[in-house]
Design a protein. Structure first.
Length: 322
């Protein structure tokens, strides 16, 4: 019995020595901590993960390079009539840190029809410049060209950065209506929605722009109002052929009843105009637009001023859309 107890004590001592030796030979990692539970049965290890910083993306590099770049439009052509040639070009210059930047990629967006744009990619010359001379336009338009750095890709952050650096310049090409003239079938209505007379205000406004080639259409009866434009065109074409460039048709009506505002003692005149235009050479309906305008004042003053302002709006639109 004594021998058994001594052997047990010897084995236990040996086990403790081996355990202590193992712990001593395997030191704790500096990034690890040991915590014991109340029963000292669990060991929790916490590791610290070092965050690795990634290199900048191509998009970030591209956007950063744009930060010191500026685009300017030094000159632009004057307004022309469709069919004419631009007499002067658009002169564009790119600077980096206020110095000319050569071989820099640009994208120029410009109109090729009344409702269509195209883009071209170009490079600046040794002076950081690019001279852009568009072809002669056969359409009227009052819009802009846009010049921006050439895009790296279509990433949203890149596109937003391009918008910040983009610049615009006017593109103004008038219709030839002042040269070719027009006949009008545009009826004024009264406050009771009855046709009264062809719009004198509209003809006067057209003539005030520098041409007398405007008048009422020869076939111009109130009974024709609302009929198909093709029929109105044919009836007038039989008389005038293509002596005039355009047939302008439409109505100018009161959009609301004329009522007195008792607080201001003024009337509100609200007008709506439906205007269309036909090319007298082809018979094609090439224009259709709705206009509204409101003016307050006395009965007569509000109506007169509202019609005058509405006529200006219509003529401005015709000049750049026919």
């Amino acid at each position: 019995m004594k021998i058994f107890i001594q052997k047990s004590i010897s084995i236990l001592g040996l086990f403790l020595l081996i355990t202590l030796f193992s712990c001593a030979s395997k030191p704790l990692n500096q990034n690890q901590t040991i915590s014991f539970t109340e029963n000292q049965e669990e060991i929790e290890v916490k590791e610290v993960i070092e965050v690795i910083k990634l290199p900048p993306s191509p998009e970030e590099i591209f956007i950063q390079e744009l930060s010191d770049i500026s685009i300017g439009i030094l000159s632009k052509p004057e307004e022309i009539v469709k069919g004419e040639t631009f007499k002067t070009p658009y002169q564009i210059q790119v600077l980096k840190d206020n110095a000319p930047l050569a071989n820099f990629g640009l994208t120029i967006e410009y109109p090729i029809s009344r409702n269509e744009f195209t883009k071209i990619d170009v490079l600046t010359d040794e002076n950081g410049s690019y001279i852009f001379t568009p072809e002669s336009p056969n359409f009227a338009a009052n819009t802009n060209i846009t010049v921006s750095p050439k895009a790296l890709n279509d990433d949203e952050t890149v596109l937003n950065a391009l918008k910040e650096k983009s610049v615009q310049a006017e593109w103004k090409v008038k219709s030839d209506i002042l040269k070719s003239g027009a006949i009008l079938f545009v009826w004024d209505f009264d406050t009771k929605n009855r046709p009264t007379i062809n719009s004198n205000e509209l003809i006067s406004e057209l003539r005030s722009r520098g041409s007398n080639l405007f008048g009422n259409a020869p076939m111009n009866e109130a009974s024709e109002i609302g009929k198909d434009l093709n029929k109105i065109y044919k009836a007038n074409y039989e008389i005038v052929k293509d002596m005039y460039g355009y047939l302008i048709c439409g109505t100018i009506k009161f959009a609301k009843d004329m009522k007195l505002n008792e607080e201001t003692n003024k009337y509100l005149c609200s007008l709506i105009a439906e205007i269309s235009s036909v090319d007298m050479k082809t018979g094609e309906v090439i224009y259709s637009q709705t206009f509204t305008n409101e003016v307050t004042g006395t009965w007569t003053e509000s109506i007169t001023k509202c019609k005058e302002e509405l006529s200006i709006m219509i003529v401005d639109s015709l000049l750049y859309n026919l």
